[in-house]
Design a protein around this ligand. Structure first.
Ligand code: BEZ
Length: 211
């Protein structure tokens, strides 16, 4: 069965470009993003991995580790990293898993046989400090992902975890948030000292709590 939100992210051992890891130990006590790409030495993947390297500090700032995966081997990854660094004007600064036996890909359902029976699709898993899956995303091989959107979702997830607010459609950092229904008006008074607008009893908007 496919991995669902709230599931414990499957643990595994793997070889990466930064050495062998056991996934849960590698995550440690923070957040993580695991993302797969179809193959090394392909154009869209090259731009994606370069983009993640360039914005890695944004993941660091949020306490999020990033790790990529494809079914190519370590030597291939290492050679390709030079191309990514060269063409994307960056330095790949996070590990890439060499999943040559497709163990991790199969564990996470990253191979969609009716799209391609050997290569991984573009999967993203955001994993919380409790090791539970907080977001899953699947893109086709032909579409590069929007990593700013992934950062935006992480901001939203962390606001929910830390402040009991949700975020409305198209929310951007700094905009009003939604008080989650589980918080009563009585509890909201203490939790949200800046107050809130109740458009309906179930639709309460409050300034972003951590701003
Ligand atoms: C790419 O990364 O450019 C790519 C990979 C597999 C299929 C299509 C595009």
């Amino acid at each position: 069965m496919a991995i669902q939100l709230g599931d414990i992210a499957p643990d595994f051992e793997a070889q990466t470009t930064e050495g062998p890891i056991r996934f849960h130990d590698w995550i440690g006590s923070g957040w993580a993003v695991l993302f797969s790409h179809p193959a090394d030495y392909t154009p869209v993947c090259t731009t994606e991995l370069g983009t993640v390297a360039k914005i890695k500090s944004e993941f660091d700032r949020r306490g999020v580790k990033v790790i990529a995966l494809s079914v190519d081997g370590l030597e291939s990854h290492k050679g390709w990293i030079s191309d990514i660094n060269d063409t994307q004007k960056t330095t790949v600064n996070y590990p890439i898993i060499a999943d040559t036996d497709r163990r991790v890909s199969n564990l996470y359902g990253m191979i969609h046989p009716n799209a391609n029976d050997t290569l991984t699709v573009r999967s993203v898993f955001v994993i919380g400090p409790d090791k539970k899956v907080k977001l899953t995303l699947t893109y086709p091989a032909s579409t590069g992902r929007n990593f700013d959107e992934i950062l935006r979702v992480i901001d939203s997830l962390q606001l929910t975890a830390n402040h009991q607010v949700a975020t409305p459609a198209n929310w951007k950092d700094g905009e009003e948030c939604v008080i989650v229904p589980a918080v009563s008006d009585a509890d909201a008074k203490a939790k949200f000292p800046k107050g809130w607008k109740a458009l309906r009893p179930y639709l309460r908007l409050t300034p972003q709590p951590n701003k």
